[in-house]
Each structure stands twice: as C-alpha cells, then as structure tokens.
Design a protein around this ligand. Sequence first.
Ligand SMILES: CC(C)(COP(=O)(O)OP(=O)(O)OC[C@H]1O[C@@H](n2cnc3c(N)ncnc32)[C@H](O)[C@@H]1OP(=O)(O)O)[C@@H](O)C(=O)NCCC(=O)NCCSC(=O)/C=C/c1ccc(O)cc1
Length: 522
Amino acid sequence: MFRSEYASVPPVELPVHDAVLGHAADFGERPALVDGTDGTTLTYEQLDRFHRRLAAAFAEAGVRKGDVLALHSPNTIAFPTAFYAATRAGATVTMAHPLATAEELAKQLRDSGARWLVTVSPLLATARRAAELAGGVREIFVCDSAPGHRSLIDLLGTAAPEPELAFDAAEDVAVLPYSSGTTGVPKGVMLTHRQIGTNLAQLQSAAPTGPGERILAVLPFFHIYGLTALMNAPLRLGSTVVVLPRFDLETFLAAIEKHRITGLYVAPPIVLALAKHPAVTRYDLSCLQYVLCAAAPLDAALARACAHRLGLPPIGQAYGMTELSPGSHVVPLDRLHDAPAGTVGKLIAGTEMRIVDLADPARDLGAGERGEILIRGPQVMKGYLGRPEATAALIDADGWLHTGDVGQVDGDGWLFVVDRVKELIKYKGFQVAPAELEALLLTHPGIADAAVVGEYDEDGNEVPHAFVVRRSEGGEPTENDVLLHVAERVAPYKRVRKVTFTDSVPRAASGKILRRELRERI
Ligand SMILES: CC(C)(COP(=O)(O)OP(=O)(O)OC[C@H]1O[C@@H](n2cnc3c(N)ncnc32)[C@H](O)[C@@H]1OP(=O)(O)O)[C@@H](O)C(=O)NCCC(=O)NCCSC(=O)/C=C/c1ccc(O)cc1
C-alpha cells in the first residue's frame, strides 16, 4: 500500500458554499470573477451578497432541501452565483453539458429527478424540450433574460429571508455530476459537501493558489475538473477567475495577455495548441507562472515542447476522476522541477493507493510494477444515485475505489498512468461511454450489432471508432449513414468518428464485448 507523504487534513464539515465563500465578504472589493469577453466584473462582496439573495429567491420559489437543480450553461460569471445560491438553498446541483441534445438532457433530468432547471437564453429551446420530455421540472430559470421565464437578475431583487438550513456535510449531496465510471452508461455521482470541501483542502496542500493569482476558466465549470480547479479552489482563496464561455485559441491567448493570467488549468488539446500553433508567438504570455493539465493522458514530449516554448517550468499533471471529487494525485507546484517527465503526481494528503495485479487483484504490487490503481480516502464518492450494484462494482467492501486505470509508481512515489482497463473513451478530456453509443447504434434498423472502442488520431486525440455488423434487410447503411445516425442524436464531442464494417462483434461467452480484440485490429 502507498500512503501520502503529506500530513492529513481534517475533514471539512461545512456546506460547499461556506467552505468556498466563507471568507468572501472579507475579500471585499477584490475581483472574484471577470467576464473574459467584455470585462464585466463581480467582486467578492458582490458574489457573497448575490448568491445569498439568489438563495433566498430560490427558497421563495419553492426550492427545498434535497431538491435537484440542473445547471445547464456554458461558463459565465453568473454560473458560480447560481451554483452557490442553489446549494445554500439546500439543492443538489447536477451540471449538464450545454451542447447536450434535448433527449440527452431529458435523460439526466429524469435520472436525477431534477425539479428545477437553470439555463441561458440561447439554450432555452433545448432546455424546454428536455423538461417536457422528462417531466418533473417545476420551473426553468434563465441566467440572462427570456420572455416567459424568471431571470436570475430579477430574482436578486427579492426581499425574502435568506434560508438558514442545517447541513449534514457527510451525508447531504452537494453535486451530482454524470460519469460512466468504468463501465456502462452515465450515472449520477453523489458527492457530498464534505467530499467536495475536503478534496479542496487536500488539493490545496499541494497546489495552493491565492490572492494575487489570476486563473483563466476556459475548461467547463460543468465538469468536476473545472468546478474544482477553476471555481471552488480559486474562489476559496481569494484569487481572480477570468471566465471564457468556450475555447477559441485567439480569444484564449488574448485573455491571458490582457488579464495577466498567472495559472492555467487545461486539458491536452490546449497543451497541443500552446506547443504548436503559430498564433501563440503573437501574444505576450510572460505573465504565466505555471500550467497544470488533467482530464486525459498527456504526451511527455508534447508537455516538454509546451513548457519550453512558453519559458515555463515543466507542465504539472493531476490525476483523479469524477468519482474522486475529483483529485487523488497532483504534481505539487513547488516540485514541478523535480517531478519526473510524464508523472501525474504524488498522492495528496489523506489518500491511500494500492497497485494490484491485473490477473490476480488480491495481489498487491510494489514500486516499478504495473497494475490497476485503487484509491481510498475521504474524497471517494458516496455512490451512484439509485445504483447500488454499480456502486459496489466500483468501490469494494474495504472502501477501495477501483479506477480502471493501469499505473506504476516509481521509487519516490511518483505515479505514472500507463493504460486503461475500463471501457471509457476520453475525447479531448470529455467522457464518451461506449455502451451509450452502442445502444444508440442498435436503434438503427440496418445495424445488427455494434461495438465502439477508442482510437488515437494524428493529433493524439482519442476518438470513438465503431465496429458495425450490418443487417441485410435493414438497407445496408453506408459509413456516412452510420456517422450521421449518431451525430444527429448526441452532443458533438460524443460523435463516432470512424466506422469499420465487420461480420461479427467478438464477445465472451457472457456476451461481454471483447474490446481488446477490436483495439488490436486497429
Ligand atoms: C477546451 C477543450 C480542451 C478543446 O475545445 P474544442 O477543441 O473547441 O472542442 P470542444 O470539446 O469544445 O468541442 C467538441 C466538438 O464540438 C464542436 N462544437 C463546439 N461548439 C459547438 C456548437 N455550438 N455547435 C456545434 N458544434 C460545436 C467543436 O467544434 C468540436 O468539434 P471537433 O472539432 O470535431 O472536436 C475542450 O475539449 C474541453 O474543455 N475539454 C476538457 C473537458 C473536461 O473538463 N473534462 C474534465 C472531466 S473531469 C476530470 O477528468 C477530472 C480530472 C481531475 C483530476 C485531478 C484533479 O486534481 C482535478 C481534475
């Protein structure tokens, strides 16, 4: 067993809005959030006051402790206000991808039992359709404005009293992001207030940010990575977060220069752009002090090229998953220079790890040996909502979470992730669940069987590749028919990008798809 070399941190027993914004009023006029497109700024005093007013308005509208509120928005400076207001009103927040189709969003609303939906006017048509399909949503609010819907801006005017709720930080679920974990379809990941708050404290001991830091939030707040690294962590410490709604390289580079960004938290496609794109040289990026990368495997040579080009210390990596609130490993910011190339970091405070034999999971391996990574600590999720079997398949009776990633630790405790035994595909850091795409492919009348596996393209992005068995009486779909069938029904990041027709899908006697066999064919 491997233990963290950092002193444990006590569990954080506060609800997430207090864990993060407990000192917001003290930070006063310091900018908390800056809209990177037009410069609109929210100070800490405003963030504190606005989220309390909005919590009062949510409570007045009928939001009750334990209700699920879906937050369906790209990154904006209103997103954190809506988020902390919802939790202060007692709600569990489930974040939805802004490019989800109405059917995808409806599935999440239905599975989570969402009663409230917060969206933005450009996404309203999808949100309304999804709410109609799902049933159960009592009201749709908009962050900006739209006829027929209450706007968060109007709600701020309420004179209702602020809700004073008692939270059980160890049991009450703060956020419910969706993740497919190691197998199957997306599931609601129950993360309690204590899990979120404690993981912030654990991560902070290794990668502290603070007043005077300026962070660029281009990765989405709606995933646990952005929610943690770009929202909760910096706002807890009085940093300034500059917010961009989406990744556009020129806007991103201009924002770094204009706002004198000090720290970047990114995914591999951004490291690729920073390392290779000609536009990078046209901007003064000398304000940057460090770059941290997570969400998908980062090529060590690419990381080196990026750091070298920007004149920065080596790019640090972090490791974790949604089910870990999300962090278990990070390269501490004060150790960027002595971390070996390609490592995802060291165990953060209060976290234990085992590396177990893939063939014999009861056998623990030592340094230098490859096996499945198991994690135990206060950040392990409470469970998947309404799916005790899936929870038990991921977390064993002794509390070890089986990550489905294959890793190896060196003699100094640095972890390297070298492979994956779980089904997951990560397109640009976004989870794509093969089981979800397979189910969708099977709805096509011309498809008799299908299996989807990940394949790396020339840019190093993992993309979904479908192996399809055609049904002769189904009109023999072409490759294009198959691509289109999926593209019309999923958010853009989930698209199948390659199709191979085959006579049969290799399966074990149990019916389980033999994915390794398909990967070997590629
Ligand atoms: C900024 C990225 C890296 C690149 O952006 P992009 O290249 O513009 O592409 P998108 O991903 O935004 O969009 C996907 C596709 O949708 C398309 N698209 C776009 N908007 C449209 C549109 N409105 N209409 C139609 N098509 C469109 C877009 O063009 C694109 O098409 P394609 O060029 O074919 O890829 C973006 O992919 C991204 O944010 N990725 C990161 C995702 C992410 O945060 N994942 C985290 C999961 S949680 C986790 O791993 C935790 C780790 C962790 C571990 C430890 C820790 O301590 C902390 C964290």
